[in-house]
Design a protein around this ligand. Sequence first.
Ligand code: FEO
Length: 383
Amino acid sequence: MKRITNDIYHIGVNDRKIDLFESQYPVPNGMAYNSYLINDGKIAVFDTVEAHFTDEWFENIKEVIGDKAPDYLIIQHMEPDHSANIMNFAKKYPTAELVGNAKTFKFMEQFFGDSLTERQVIVKEGDTLSLGRHELKFVMAPMVHWPEVMVTYDSLDRVLFSADAFGKFGASDIDEEWLDEARRYYIGIVGKYGMQVQALLRKAGALEIEKICSLHGPVLESGLEEVINKYNIWSSYGVEKNGVVLCYTSIYGHTQDAVMKLKDKLVSSGVDVKVYDLARDWKSSAVADAFSYGKVVLATTTYNNEIFPPMREFLSELKERGFQNRTVGIIENGSWAPQAAKIIKAELEGCKNITFCENTVTLKSALNDESAQQLEKLAEELK
Ligand code: FEO
């Protein structure tokens, strides 16, 4: 439990045992499931926590309000990392009302078989709820990250309770910069919904915000302008970093050799370069950087007259998140019938504003004089 303002408390928990968030994102620094409490004339709790932390969460509530009962549970998001304890809360505090929008309660019924109709307070865009000194205003944020998501603004303390938005991977009490793990979290989990995030940013722009209380990661209270600026770049699919990200697969090391030579050429010219082996490195970091850097090189082998599986999977991850506005270079390898460049171009055909480099590098097994020259030209094009 941690006090954030005079009346607002962090009552969330940290999961230090989890290996993969959403069963797919590595989280070596754990994961925070945040929950907040406003202790005013009326007591409001914002969201529950993941299923394994019921007792700890109730202890946190008790630490703030003793044997009093909350008046409201504000349900901003129904994904189970935040909603798992709704029924436990409702049973423990039978007089508390549940605040959500129409979609919230539809999902509640789907998850729990009961939406506790008689205890619902249904809100819509712009509705307010007074707790005494604090007046809460509800702002709908559909698809950031599910359709029922809403955020809440407390005008007294100028706090935005932002649901998943502005969250990050990692426990809330570790000493770690927000940016890299917030980017990996955002691009991985919410990246597809840039348009909806832009809509939320426009609404947030009309509010005076001093603190952001996300459902993941730390409470944000300094550098908010930069945090919002990053969200603006990511959600508009803009270029955050000038430089090149090299994403490759290599079976026996020859494609990797070409990638590393390209890296050396670019680095020696002062270009910011990141390299990912798609078969071994975190895919979520490679995806995040492909949406962060302005130029992406895809290097892979032809395999079963297709492309090597981790590259195919990587392209799917890019496409499903709306990959766009990038310069793309290609290095292909194929000992008898190289196809990878053709397949990659076809895969990215539906992506908006993709400019392919004029120079494609074609390896037939390994670099030779001809492909080394192609590599030189591609490096020149990428500088
Ligand atoms: Fe943290 Fe979309 O749940």
